[in-house]
Design a binder for this molecule. Structure first.
Ligand SMILES: [Cu+2]
Length: 264
């Protein structure tokens, strides 16, 4: 696993822009599907099951929930998973699912992720296999969803209220609560922490959470962090919380982070 911190200054590397899952061009969608399909076909530590297994089963489970490093840990996780995608398809980038949008409140899961088949083949964004070491009593073998009604997804107003919170820990815990609602809303595999990251929609959901943190950072440029938080490590990644704060140093940004409040 490559868990090194980036070494080149941001201005020497091209920023990759994560885009809205509902606003992809056909070629951007094909790139995304191609990258997920490629990593899903790899069984070693470059592959999808390896990365999904870092979050959940098989043991050890590294994900952080209900702790003060929920946002930094998942930012590091998405960063390294995105590099694994780009190792296979160099133009790939994660996308975010804006579950507050009118489209989402009408149709639910983005079409890119909800179609079973694309081009006569299985859609690698629709579901993924769960390998034997990650199963308990033989379950689950393949990710499934049991989505709730689109209108019950969180609203723009709910997210706007959270973005106003000036304290990092308050913001983080309230954003995590909304994040939990989405996991439950998608249902099936996404509703179970040990397997949630095997569902490809996990990464679009968490990219939205990461993007909302980015929007909060732009609105609150000088937050106070509790003692010791910035130097806290994010195992298994060789990054600290401080290393995750500037996403441009990590080489990416959100396509509409600075031009739209929430919807993009
Ligand atoms: Cu999550």
């Amino acid at each position: 696993m490559s868990t090194h911190a980036p070494s080149l200054p941001a201005n020497e590397r091209a920023l990759r822009h994560r885009k809205n899952a509902d606003h992809l061009t056909p070629s951007q969608l094909a790139t995304l599907q191609g990258a997920f399909g490629a990593v899903q076909a790899i069984a070693d530590d470059r592959g999808y099951a390896h990365w999904a297994g870092i979050h959940g089963l098989p043991l050890p489970m590294y994900c952080q929930h209900g702790t003060r490093i929920f946002l930094p840990w998942h930012r590091a996780y998405l960063y390294f998973f995105e590099l694994a995608l780009r190792d296979q398809v160099s133009a790939a980038a994660l996308v975010w699912w804006d579950w507050t949008s009118v489209t989402s409140h009408t149709k639910g899961i983005p079409a890119a992720y909800s179609q079973r088949r694309v081009g006569g083949m299985t859609n690698p964004l629709f579901s993924a296999a769960v390998p034997p070491p990650a199963r308990v009593n033989g379950q689950p073998r393949q990710t499934t969803r049991a989505s709730d009604t689109p209108a019950s997804l969180p609203s723009v107003a709910q997210v706007q209220a959270i973005l106003q919170l000036p304290d990092f820990l308050d913001f983080q815990s309230q954003l995590e609560n909304i994040h939990n609602q989405i996991h439950v809303w998608v249902g099936g595999t996404m509703g179970q922490i040990p397997w949630a990251a095997y569902d490809p929609i996990f990464f679009a959901h968490h990219a939205m959470i990461d993007r909302l943190w980015r929007l909060w950072q732009l609105q609150h440029p000088s937050p106070t962090f509790p003692p010791g938080l910035l130097t806290q490590a994010l195992p298994p990644f060789s990054l600290t919380v401080a290393d995750t704060l500037d996403i441009k140093l990590l080489g990416y940004d959100y396509a509409s982070a600075t031009t739209h409040a929430v919807a993009g």
